[in-house]
Every structure is written in structure tokens, then in C-alpha cells.
Design a protein around this ligand. Sequence first.
Ligand code: MRU
Length: 330
Amino acid sequence: MVPETFKWLDGELVLLDQRAIPWETCFVTCKTYEDVAKAISSMVVRGAPAIGVAAAYGMALASLAGEDMKRARETLLSSRPTAVNLRWALERMDSVIDRSPDDIIAMAQRLHREDLEINRAIGDNGEALVSDGSVILTHCNAGAIATAGWGTALGVIRSCRERGKSVKVYADETRPRLQGGLLTSWELMEDGFDVTVISDGMAAWLMKKVSVDCVIVGADRIAANGDTANKIGTYGLSLAAKAHGVPFYVAAPLSTFDLSLSSGDGIPIEERDGDEVRAPYGKRLLPEDVEVWNPAFDVTPGENVTAIITEVGVLRPPYGVSIAKAIKEI
Ligand code: MRU
């Protein structure tokens, strides 16, 4: 069983420590908003929707402690730059920022509950795109622990099984933090799915040699034209999918859309410490002082995306039109 991503317990936020999965199931308790910001930047909690909900609980902790709420908001907002769900969640919290701690806690709990419902809806909408017996390739982890539960890309896979469809999943290992190799494989194995891990460089060859029916990935920020920021390696995967005629689906909630950006050019891409590449999980693999470039995300052009699966339905190109319509209708 996959444990819950977060729990609000007696005025504290208990987070599943994703850095320890799959070796250990342990938790990090956040007593202050600074603890939450640190948990987000150090990837105790990760995945776009999950960090949004965690930040909302960070605001709840700040209000309980009588902290300066503007300062708490700024600290949480700057904890990671790419996933716009963080800003979205803090904007939702703005509507109660001057209210009592009880009201602020209630709003964070509401975002938590809503995210689970949204993922269920994404799963159900995406399931219709997948036929029984499909082979699905995914990247990074867009599963239950990257959200309040069920998952976005993995939510589609879970919904397939709920409707009686059998699917075979390939998970990209996802260098350098190995979210696919460590988290996606573990989540799917815990739930009894058929999953095989490949290293990132094998994806194009997999498409050539095995009949992959579709790629399904999550997203961290989607611009108004459908350009999609997601874990580094997603762009290359989209190119390989295009070359092999494999449908490339993005599964994401509407909180991942950033209509203030007309294209992906304006999406801030987080660059992380080169030691994540030199010495993954503390094991030095590369020469000590070798130069490393470590962007954590890339941007897949909307033209490479076959469809975007959201809680309100499946959006198709032209995305300028379908995205604007979906956002207007909520
Ligand atoms: O750096 P991470 O692990 O937070 O990156 C996560 C991803 O890129 C996920 O694919 C994305 O946030 C979608 S999670 C439902």
C-alpha cells in the first residue's frame, strides 16, 4: 500500500519522506512554515500538486504560530521555482490569509481533499484514451505521492485497472534524482502493476523495438499554448514519440496551467546542485570536480503533445483555444 503523501496531525504537518523511498517508509514532521519550505526545496515532498498542498499547510502552520503571513508566503513561494501549483495554492490561500488559524487550516485541508478528487477525475478522463492491453511509457513520478493521492499520469494507469483494463508500464529511471526508478516503480509494484524500469537513454530504442502504445507524463507548468515544463528528459521523450508515431499525453490538473505565459519560453527552469549528477544519493560516480549542468526540468513544445488530460476533460490542439476554454469554464 502506498502511504499518504501528507497528514495534518495535531497542528503539525507530517510528510512522507520521499528521499527514503523505496528503502524505508519514514516521515518528516514540519512544525513551522520554514520546515515546510525546507522540505519542499530538499525534495522530502515533491511533485507539482504535492508541493502546492504542502505550501498551503505551511501557511496554516504560520497562522497557528502568529507569524508574519506575507513573509511566510514569500518564503514558501520561493522554495522551488518551476511548478506553478505552488503559486496557485498560495493564491488560493490568499482568500483566507487575514482570517483565523481555523479558517486557514480548513482551506489547506480543502485544497488537500480537492486535489485527490481532481486526480480521480484526471484518471477517469485519461482512461478512455487507453485500450486494454496497452504498453505505456512514463517519466519521473506523477503518482500518488506526487499529489494528494491516485496521481496524474499514474492516476490514468490506476483508473485503467479500476475499469478492468490490463496495462504494462515502462518507467524511465529519470536521472539524476531517479524518481522513475525509485518512486514510480515502487508505487506501481506496491499496487501490483506490471512495471519495468529502463534507463532514460533506452526510451527511443524501446519505442523502436517494443510496440509502445502511448507515453503519459505529468507536468509542472503548462503555458497558454500547451508548451509543457516537466522533469528533465520529457522533451527528448516527446521527440522520440513523435518520430515513432506514439501518442504523447500530458496528465495535469488545471492548477498546472499558467495563462500569464503565452509560451514555454517564460517558464523558469530550476537548476539544481551539480552534485545530484556527480554523486547521486551520496555515491560519487563522476570525477570530483567535473563541470556539470543540472537543469531539473525541460519544456516540451505543445506541438509534440497529442492531448492534455485534465479534470475537466481531454484538451486537444489548438491548445491556445482549448486551454483558454477549459480555464474559463471552471
Ligand atoms: O523535481 P520533481 O521530482 O518535483 O519533479 C516532478 C515532476 O517533474 C513531475 O512529473 C510533475 O511534478 C508532475 S507530478 C504529478
